[in-house]
Design a protein around this ligand. Structure first.
Ligand code: LIP
Length: 282
């Protein structure tokens, strides 16, 4: 299994790099950044998101025809978002689509790989930075081959916390997002940052640049790869109310240690978006 899994991960790295090249080329062509919308007027998608996801899936199918897929744009097109025990690729072709549309320089190809419903490896290619973040369960986390280690900071008042505002603009949701942000800021923390992509935010935690990232409203494809990268860099994952993380719940805290994680959980005004694996509404 060891060599088989490594062979699969090597393909994930290669196809992520190939996809990143497509994203960089598309950035130079306005047409390839033409905006369409999904769940709201600010939940953006482009033909490049769809093209990159197709490239990744077709490439994998050729080598691993029995594998299954959960892809952001495939789910948006109506495919089920159901995680089984089967080998499954969990793909966000462009994490940070809004950044991509605006040429804001944090755009990542995110690929997680699950067997028996457990993420076995993650690949996040921050393609404008040319940073390939990788982690395989039990084998450590790396950026361009250099080992990653979370921050050793235990005091949240000496921390930077990352979060995002998401793409839901309903009044009640926005109120909760700002309530959490206000509470975190008033701890006080050194600062709050957001790269505009969950996957890059999680890699910043794994790199020790920020102590924690939290968000309510993300999807499994945003966080699957980053989850194992954070854990293999020595970090922890948690639900926003302190229990075990559930990658389908659309709620996550990724932190350098349990002390910081539990402290920010106290400040989060939690809510429960519709789960990624919820049965489709009639
Ligand atoms: C994005 C996430 C981000 C979230 C955005 C969006 P996308 O993913 O990475 O954390 O706040 O609303 O979901 O849509 O760019 O792949």
């Amino acid at each position: 299994m060891d060599d088989v899994l490594q062979n699969i991960m090597d393909h994930a790295v290669a196809v992520a790099r190939e996809a990143g090249q497509v994203v960089r080329e598309a950035l130079c062509d306005e047409k390839q950044r033409d905006v369409m919308t999904k769940s709201s007027t600010v939940d953006l998608v482009t033909q490049t998101d769809q093209r990159v996801e197709h490239l990744i899936i077709q490439s994998v199918k050729k080598k691993f025809p029995t594998h299954r897929f959960i892809g952001e744009e495939s789910v948006a097109a109506g495919e089920a978002c159901v995680l089984t025990d089967d080998p499954t690729w969990i793909i966000d072709p462009i994490d940070g689509t809004t950044n991509f549309v605006h040429s804001f320089p944090f755009v990542a190809v995110s690929i997680g790989f699950s067997v028996d419903k457990k993420i076995q490896f993650g690949v996040v290619y921050s393609c404008l930075e040319d940073k390939m973040f990788t982690a395989r369960r039990g084998k450590g986390a790396f950026c361009n081959g250099e080992p990653l280690q979370v921050s050793d900071q235990e005091d949240v008042r000496r921390s930077i916390i990352a979060t995002e505002f998401g793409s839901n603009r309903e009044t009640e949701t926005v109120e909760k997002i700002f309530s959490s942000l206000r509470n975190i800021l008033n701890i006080p923390v050194h600062g709050v940052r957001g790269a505009g992509t969950a996957a890059v935010n999680m890699c910043l935690v794994a790199s020790g640049c920020v102590e924690a990232y939290y968000e309510v409203g993300v999807h499994v494809w945003d966080v699957a790869a980053g989850s194992v990268i954070v854990e293999e860099a020595g970090g922890v994952l948690m639900d926003v109310e302190g229990g075990p993380v559930d990658l389908m719940s659309r709620r996550i805290v990724a932190a350098n240690n349990g002390t910081v994680a539990h402290r920010i959980v106290k400040e989060i005004d939690a809510f429960s978006p519709t789960r990624d694996d919820a049965p489709p509404t009639q």
